[in-house]
Design a protein around this ligand. Sequence first.
Ligand code: GDP
Ligand code: MG
Length: 436
Amino acid sequence: NLQDKLDRAFKVLKGHGSITEINVAETMKEVRKALLDADVSFKVAKAFTDTVKEKALGQNVLTSVSPGQLMVKITNDELSKLMGGQAANLDLSANFTIILIAGLQGSGKTTFSGKLARLIKSKGKRPLLVAGDVYRPAAIDQLKIVGEQIGVPVFTDYESKDPVGIAEAAISRAKQEGHNVVIIDTAGRLAVDEEMMDEIARVKAAANPQEILFVVDAMTGQDAVNTAKTFNERLDFDGVVLTKLDGDTRGGAALSIRAVVDKPIKFIGTGEKLDAIDVFHPDRMASRILGMGDVVSLVERAQQQIDEKQAAELQRKIRKNKFDFNDFLGQLQQIKKMGNIKDLMGMIPGVGKAIKDVDLDNDSFKGIEAIIQSMTPYERQNPEVISGSRRQRIARGSGNDIAEVNKLLKQFEEMRKMMKMMNNPSKMAGLMRNMP
Ligand code: GDP
Ligand code: MG
């Protein structure tokens, strides 16, 4: 019945004023779970959710974005920031650029070398691929085939067992033949070992690359983080390439790697084909990790719809404790503009399950709207004048019971009290201490 609907609608609305009113701790628990599911290490996940919690509790804004949505937005933004914020690019402005590709066997180095060469070629550069994996003849063949597919020459030496010599010879050949980018593919072991580390460090010293990219299989989860750490200690690489993100891997390794080695993730591999490469976008990865890309765009949509001036005016009114039924009606309409209220709520971590069986839709507001619309302009601005006889008239006019009108007025009064409290920092702090 309407009474229940009012109750529920008010639950939503009460959470509408300030982010401190939703259960931040509960939400962060959900986010932490999502991060752990996505292979983010516990330490990183914990530190991250603590940061977001702190940020969220510090916010005390009153806009048309609900606290839940704001929460999602903060989480997403922080996650994105943690992964570098902006997409990191390769610097190819020099006349001659040497790029060294490192990583474990099977991580996708050879495939990535081809993808990168193709991308660079499409930008008008003249790359040369170098087959530096001297242990398996099949590896040299593999790079040759890749080179043929994309029309990029490949430097090979089937006789040599010396990757340092190969790199040096390839670089001087590249200069002679007018190439301006050299991509050195290297060998990798199944696990990190001293010999391999030693070899790649020697190739680095001889080739003096402008860019060392560490390639890692995103599907290996926590192992990827440890491998990244070891390679970074030895090579001090410039960027990370996260491959095999085309499966259902959620990519949490990206977050942990970034947190552990503090190097940007520059590219991602999204398939076996040579065009399956993307520049790494921290914001997209953040959404992917949290598995709520839709929510983020919803939040953005909602934020677009906020009239900044209106929000400022609203805040001014609340500060002066002049929030009235006209403002209230405006807020209701803002919420409805954002789309289906239950869908919106359902996408917020932790909330979806809770409201699954609740009959909450945009109609929940109809009764409230009818009551407000039956008030005179004077009554809307001065709710305190709404006496018994006025209440009776409003009830009749809106087709409601007087009990429902009483209830709305009472809840409105409570809301105003809460807003008054929000204006009072010490009371607010008390409220926050009581939060779980
Ligand atoms: P390397 O040993 O490090 O040179 O690894 P390879 O380039 O030979 O790749 C190992 C395997 O992973 C091959 O079967 C590739 O086709 C595959 N692979 C590489 N990158 C990706 C990717 O982004 N997605 C998928 N699905 N497979 C990939
Ligand atoms: Mg290879």
